[in-house]
Design a binder for this molecule. Structure first.
Ligand code: SF4
Length: 422
């Protein structure tokens, strides 16, 4: 792992750049109760706040009709605001994918992605997987996404927030996946990844992570509990290098927003201390686990993912073995196919042996590498992807091909880098 070029910044209200307002969004039920006590109200009113913030998705105190005007003014007078991160730019792909720039209260932006019908690799049991589209690898087009919305000034923010909701959203989707970021940039330095070019700029708070999800749910009028929504923590950053905030966000999403942890998958590059902590999380808040493998052996993985020199494959697998799995749950091995580097038939045979050796209930998600400026790798050919997948399947490994989503708007795996700001 490379050293972080900048220190993580806490987003506590006191330390937020230029901000004395205190965001309610990101607080759990207990903290919301304490907030009510602070304004001399009974703690149980915290549940009303939680309902309004996380279920009704209000964006201003004025919208909370279950609280009196006087109480809303007292909250506001004490410096509290909703403070949910807001969508400031939307890039639409021709395939229906949307990539968002989402702005935190300190104006830092981070990216999230909406994929209607998913990308074929969401469910640990494969039940949600779409049909692999091995012959439909689209050509790469740069900056062809439609950009709607603009960066507003902080002064105009509250006026423009209502436009976050998508007036065109007619629920033409049956299910959807939201890809969520956990850090601004990333320190892990995977050689194929555009986000790595940013380095680590800062960690995201729990509210900033959960806020991406709630903003996107709001935009698409998602009815949690009725609509089929998957979350993948596979956007910018390494979740297990921001462990506390990541897990606090998961707890919010489970307990307050109402999304099952079995509808969530967290992907790690193999941060062993993080996996060890994750193994002790209770079932009720533990997402499914994906390991970003991306190479058939330590020699190649060490080149493609320098983190492997610190935690080689076997060390990672040992840590994964300690993660308790629910009935039918499987570990996912994500595997990016890099043309000529990790996509050969002999690599497939090696991956099959490796996965079998782990003894884990597992599946492999293949991802044809998504190109990005300044990265020297080449895309695998459609033929090499097909052969790789077949070899794994013939060896008895469950294997899915993730459909490339939103390549034309830099929304695909490994492409998130706030390209609009470049
Ligand atoms: S692939 Fe993930 S862990 Fe690796 S550099 Fe990119 S964002 Fe970080």
């Amino acid at each position: 792992m490379t050293a972080s070029p900048s220190r993580p910044v806490s987003l506590d209200a006191e330390s937020r750049p230029g901000g004395s307002l205190k965001p309610l969004f990101g607080l759990d039920a207990e903290s919301l109760a304490a907030c009510m006590v602070e304004v001399e109200e009974p703690g149980w009113r915290g549940a009303q706040l939680a309902e309004a913030i996380y279920r009704q998705r209000v964006r201003s105190l004025d919208e909370i009709t279950t609280l009196s005007k006087a109480l809303r003014e007292r909250l506001s007078g004490s410096g509290w605001e909703i403070g949910r991160p807001s969508i400031v730019s939307v890039f639409k792909s021709t395939d229906g994918t949307e990539r968002y720039l989402i702005r935190a209260l300190d104006d830092q932006t981070v990216e999230a992605v909406w994929m209607p019908e998913g990308d074929g690799g969401e469910a640990g049991d494969g039940s949600d997987a779409g049909q692999p589209e091995m012959h439909r690898v689209p050509s790469f087009r740069r900056f062809s996404g439609e950009r709607v919305g603009t960066r507003e000034s902080p002064a105009s923010r509250s006026m423009q927030q209502p436009s976050e909701r998508n007036p065109e959203s007619s629920k033409s989707w049956n299910r959807a996946t939201i890809c969520v970021s956990s850090q601004v940039g990333c320190a892990v330095n995977c050689q194929f990844c555009l986000t790595a070019k940013l380095g680590l700029q800062r960690n995201l708070s729990a509210g900033e992570i959960a806020g991406q999800v709630v903003s996107v749910l709001d935009r698409h009028n998602v009815e949690v509990g009725r609509d089929r929504i998957n979350l993948v923590f596979m956007g910018m950053g390494e979740p297990f290098l921001n462990y506390n905030s990541f897990m606090a966000a998961v707890r919010l999403l489970v307990r307050e927003v109402g999304i099952s942890p079995q509808r969530m998958t967290v992907s790690t590059s193999g941060i062993v201390p993080g996996i060890e902590r994750f193994a002790s999380e209770p079932d009720e808040v533990r997402p499914k686990l994906a390991i970003s493998l991306n190479a058939p052996n330590d020699a190649i993985r060490g080149e493609v993912m320098p983190i492997n020199r610190k935690w080689p494959i076997e060390t990672v697998v040992d840590a994964v073995r300690a993660v308790p799995l629910r009935p039918r749950e499987r570990i996912t091995f994500e595997y990016v196919l890099l043309g000529g580097v990790t996509d050969r038939p002999e690599h497939a045979a090696e991956v099959a042996r490796l996965v079998r050796r782990t003894g884990l209930p597992a599946k492999v998600n293949l991802i044809a590498w998504n190109p990005g400026p300044g990265i020297e790798y080449t895309m695998p050919t459609a033929e090499s992807v097909e052969v790789f997948q077949s070899r794994l399947a013939e060896a008895g490994i469950s294997v899915y091909l993730r459909r490339p989503r939103g390549r034309d708007i830099f929304a695909a795996c490994g492409q998130l880098k706030r390209t609009v700001e470049a």
